[in-house]
Design a binder for this molecule. Structure first.
Ligand code: UD1
Length: 312
């Protein structure tokens, strides 16, 4: 099969590209290298076709999608606070970019697009765990942009027959997640702090919870979503199905590293969701998804990886 991965130099996209290569697919990556990095592709760049470009460039996407069977659309600006500060930019990348990918895939007669959606679509509805049947009421531009992308994906399926599958990622973590920006995912930042012997900052009281899911589980979900027969036009929660508070996270990290890891506390972030964790029964049933790496095991692997990078 021929596969296009948008955002394939990024954290999740690079792992998907690598997994596709391993099963023998031909892989094209388009990435503008804003939050992605060449180093994420270092181990396989010789085996793929890399196009440095942007999902806002519809013409270029048309060239990249030509002859592709499946598009894994991972390119996005993924930060909630960044979307609050720069809503026009995130609108353009996350909504117009997604529209462009869908249109290019349709025109290239690709069979399926797997869209990286987000648990941020659920917003503040207090019902837990989050399930796909509940209403989506996002509270940030980012959440709304991901919801809009998902709706566009469904419309493209209903109107044009393009098979689209939307995966609502919960809080994905693992190797290659960039810790260097204040907008980075919390685990990548905390691992950096831990290995630097510095204190992490918790925004709020630390009792907010997330469903942290190791990237390998998310790759499994993507590969399954590329072929599951009943998945076209559907949305799926992709998490672990467990909740972890930030206070628990910090405690677990300190324990794994064998030293105390105490946090300082600051005011909660605007637009932040208080509690989020997934009901993954739909993905289990329809995609045959079965996450196999726990939070603790994922943290152990991530710490080993981060330590090896420092040693290198
Ligand atoms: C994350 C993802 C988003 C995804 C969503 C799905 C990132 C950057 N964001 O958003 O793309 O769609 O999950 O659920 O990966 N925090 C601290 N200290 C820090 C950094 C963060 O306390 O130094 C807190 C935040 O205030 C928040 C929690 O940690 O309460 C998680 O934050 P973050 O990792 O940015 O993820 P989400 O906002 O949940």
């Amino acid at each position: 099969m021929k596969i296009l991965v948008t955002g394939g130099a990024g954290f999740i996209g690079s792992h998907i590209a690598e997994a596709c290569l391993r099963r023998g697919d031909e892989v094209i990556i388009i990435d503008n290298l804003t939050s992605g990095h060449r180093r994420n592709m270092a181990s396989f760049i010789r085996d793929i076709q890399f196009v440095e470009g942007d999902v806002r460039d519809r013409k270029l996407l048309g060239i990249c999608a030509s002859g592709c069977d499946i598009v894994y659309h991972q390119a996005a600006i993924v930060s909630v606070p960044y979307s609050i500060e720069h809503p026009r930019e995130t609108h353009d990348v996350n909504i117009v970019g997604t529209f462009n990918v869908l249109e290019a895939a349709r025109d290239a007669k690709a069979r399926r697009v797997v869209f990286a959606c987000s648990a941020a679509v659920y917003g503040e509805d207090p019902e837990l765990p989050k399930h796909e049947g509940m209403s989506a009421l996002p509270i940030s531009p980012y959440g709304l942009e991901k919801l809009t992308g998902e709706h566009y994906a469904k419309i493209f399926h209903a109107l044009y027959g393009l098979e689209t599958v939307s995966l609502r990622y919960f809080n994905v973590f693992g190797p290659r997640q960039d810790p260097k920006s204040p907008y980075s995912g919390v685990i990548s930042i905390f691992v950096d702090r831990l290995l630097d012997g510095e204190m992490p900052t918790i925004f709020g009281d630390g009792e907010q919870c997330r469903d942290f899911v190791f990237v390998e589980n998310v790759v499994q979900a993507n590969l399954l979503a590329g072929s599951a027969p009943k998945a076209a036009g559907r949305s799926y929660n992709i998490g672990l199905g467990e909740r972890t508070t930030l206070n628990q996270l910090v405690e677990m990290m300190g324990r794994l590293e064998g030293r105390p890891f105490a946090a300082r506390y600051e005011a909660a972030r605007p637009g932040d969701i208080r509690a989020s964790f997934a009901d993954i029964s739909r993905a289990r049933k329809e995609l045959d998804y079965g996450p196999s790496v726990s939070v603790e095991e994922g943290l152990r692997r991530l710490l080993a990886y981060a330590r090896s990078l420092r040693g290198a």
